[in-house]
Design a protein. Structure first.
Length: 387
């Protein structure tokens, strides 16, 4: 074969791959439109399935390809077995002048006396093998090896590009799906935090001050309620919030809950050795946690105190709650109507951990000495990351 003819084949093959967007198209183009032009009588293209450690026949030219893009009796070869399996492991091309003298030779559709195997590889990554056979002994030459190696290299580069594009698309689709799930969870969280019962009871309590002509209390609580509404709407689409803003919001929220439940009292503390307010945390988690705790406990409690502590370090912000003096049923398992809300919170934590790698953790345990239910929510301090 003339050198200039071979260069034409390489140019043709390179150009034909430009529009290919999946591996099957690439391998069939290699077999039918490239190998065929080299004058070979038989060729099979294998692809490595790494998860199963197998070589799988994906395309062919000759007896293995009776019609269109179909394979006759496709076989699978364990990596390391046979000549093709050995080349797939070593990454080194081989010419077998007489297969009858090579114990590794595996008969496929027919027994042929010479074979050439070239790895489809690029940058030390082996994607598959081009395996050609011929009925005559010593048919394949170093010139054939050079040609197939060049073709295999072009094929490997294209496969790498296709896989990279596919991985990018899958990543983008996954991120989009996670983003959609996060928005849905935030909407559910907002609906939970501002559920009709909470809104109605808060407004009902404010109405009480109106009818009692207590203007100061009316304005105070109406202002608190509007601030809470504005905060939740403002940060609905946000991923992070400053701790100082979150504390303001929680103060408004707990104030309104105290208005709803006369027997409810709370303390909101912050331990901040890092520096005042030097913390950023994920949004829509702390209020969801407190809402779940309060609504699950208060309606049945004769009296209760909720201690809320924030412990800030350079890497984490720990929200710790202590529910004490809630009555005999205070430490019971969560009520069914709030299990769904807790599941939403856990789903949000799962998505944030999967998408952002935040390492958020929620832990609940009982303090035998104080008979209190303690809940710890460990959040990342994103201040240094943001900076």
């Amino acid at each position: 074969m003339k050198t200039d003819h071979f260069e034409d084949i390489l140019i043709y093959f390179s150009e034909s791959l430009l529009g290919k967007e999946n591996e099957d198209e690439i391998l069939w183009d290699l077999a039918k439109n490239c190998i065929a032009k080299l004058g070979f009588v038989d060729c099979v293209v294998y692809l490595i399935l790494e998860d199963r450690e197998l070589l799988v026949q994906k395309a062919a030219y000759g007896p293995k390809n009776p019609k269109d893009h179909k394979l006759y009796n496709p076989v699978e070869i364990v990596l390391g077995h046979g000549i093709t399996g050995s080349v797939a492991v070593s990454g080194k091309a081989e010419i077998i002048p007489d297969t009858s003298k090579d114990p590794r030779y595996i008969v496929d559709d027919d027994n042929r006396l010479s074979e050439i195997c070239v790895p489809i590889s690029h940058e030390d990554v082996i994607y598959g093998v081009i395996d050609c056979e011929h009925p005559e002994k010593e048919f394949f030459t170093n010139h054939h090896l050079k040609m197939l190696s060049a073709i295999a290299s072009i094929c490997a580069i294209k496969i790498k590009s296709v896989r990279a594009q596919r991985a990018l698309r899958e990543k983008q689709e996954k991120l989009l799906q996670i983003k959609e799930e996060m928005i849905e969870l935030r909407l559910k969280a907002l609906n939970s935090q501002l559920n009709p019962h909470f809104v109605f009871n808060s407004l009902n309590a404010i109405q009480y001050y109106v009818t009692s002509e207590d203007k100061k209390s009316t304005l105070e609580y109406l202002s608190t309620f509007s601030k809470l509404i504005r905060f939740n709407l403002k940060y609905l689409g946000a991923e992070v919030v400053e701790l100082k803003e979150e504390l303001k919001m929680l103060g408004w929220y707990l104030k309104l809950q105290k208005l709803r439940y006369d027997q409810f009292d709370y303390t909101l503390n912050i331990e901040d050795p890092v520096g005042k307010w030097d913390a950023l945390i994920p949004t829509a988690l702390s209020q969801s946690l407190l809402e779940n705790i309060i609504e699950n406990t208060m309606p049945q409690a004769p009296k209760g105190h909720l201690l809320v502590n924030f412990k800030v370090s350079k890497t984490t912000v720990i929200l710790e709650t202590h529910c004490s003096q809630w009555g005999t049923n205070a430490l019971a398992d969560p009520k069914p109507q709030y299990e769904e809300q807790n599941a939403q919170l856990l789903d949000q934590i799962r998505l944030l951990n999967a998408n952002k790698g935040y390492g958020i953790d929620k832990e609940v345990y009982l303090d035998s000495e104080s008979s209190a239910r303690i809940t710890m929510l460990t959040l990342p301090n994103l201040f240094s990351m943001d900076a």
